[in-house]
Design a protein. Structure first.
Length: 301
């Protein structure tokens, strides 16, 4: 099967390579000429424009987008819309908000162009380990693309599946990432407690390795913690600044809309926001307030 890939950053490039290794043909386009060249060096047929990409694909065409959520994805779809025909398919493999996905799907449905949302997990390890694919869309359209999903997944019968109609894939991936926030925060807090117990002089890499086998907290995230601690046990040179892609925020907002309590996910998101405030006005005010009512000492910068 031949498909077009729009967005050849690290994730898109790795997915393209996995597809090539699986015997598929990939034509790719990216506004970043260096990314396009790297993909070409890896075997992807380069296209110099979106129009050239569409023209290079046999009908019915399949276009896979690996782009940042929001305006960039909308801009790519605006370019594709007049170029595609009935029976073609678009797969959005990025982290789009599910409500954007529903809106976009509506703009293609009148022309009988299939719109499939594929929440994609696996990160930079997906090339070798395979990707977790949470797919939303028309059942027949998803079935037609089964060979693609089976190649990208860890196994042809595991790690991928249609979870519901269009929008369901990105919705499921959104909640997946919210859970990920909570798991990561719990691990980080636990290892921080171990790190601060100075009198035991614990080897945190050893602990992580021990927990990886037989422990009830073993997981792939713990495997990655063990790798990180082997490379840099003191976390030297790493700023305590934790970014977020937006999906944790969306998950918390959805929980509020549905009246579902989600304190762990919510607090893990707030911890990430807190990590970015290196000059906290709130903490300064707390120190000043303690001085006002109790005469407690205030540390000077």
């Amino acid at each position: 099967m031949k498909l077009g890939m729009i967005g050849l950053g690290r994730m898109g490039a790795n997915m393209s390579q996995r597809l090539l290794l699986g015997g598929h043909e990939v034509t790719g386009f990216d506004l970043d000429h260096e990314a396009l060249q790297r993909a070409a060096d890896a075997g992807v047929e380069p296209a110099r424009s979106v129009a050239a990409l569409v023209a290079a694909l046999p009908a019915p065409r399949t276009l896979w987008l690996m782009l940042p959520a929001g305006a960039i994805t909308d801009a790519a779809l605006d370019q594709l819309r007049p170029l595609l025909k009935r029976g073609d398919a678009i797969v959005d493999g990025g982290n789009s908000h599910y409500q954007d996905t529903l809106r976009r799907a509506d703009t293609f449905s009148d022309r009988q162009i299939d719109y499939i949302d594929c929440g994609t997990s696996g990160g930079v390890w997906g090339l070798t380990e395979g990707y977790g694919l949470m797919i939303g869309g028309d059942e027949a359209a998803v079935e037609r693309l089964r060979p693609i999903f089976q190649t990208l997944a860890p196994d042809k019968d595991a790690g991928w599946g249609r979870v519901g109609p269009v929008g369901a894939g990105h919705y499921t991936k959104m909640v997946h990432n919210g859970i990920e926030y909570g798991l990561m925060q719990a691990y980080a807090e636990g290892f921080s407690i171990l790190h601060h117990k100075r009198e035991f002089d614990l080897d945190l890499h050893q602990v992580a390795q021990l927990w990886r086998h037989g422990s009830v907290v073993r997981s792939w995230l713990l495997d990655l913690i063990a790798l990180a601690l082997a490379e840099n046990p003191k976390m030297s040179g790493i700023a305590p600044y934790v970014a977020d892609s937006g999906e944790g925020r969306w998950t918390v907002a959805e929980a509020i809309d549905l009246d579902v309590p989600a304190p762990v996910i919510t607090m893990s998101l707030l911890a990430r926001l807190r990590s970015r405030d290196s000059d906290s006005y709130a903490d300064k005010l707390l120190a000043a307030l303690r001085h006002q009512f109790g005469g407690h000492a205030v540390r000077k910068q």
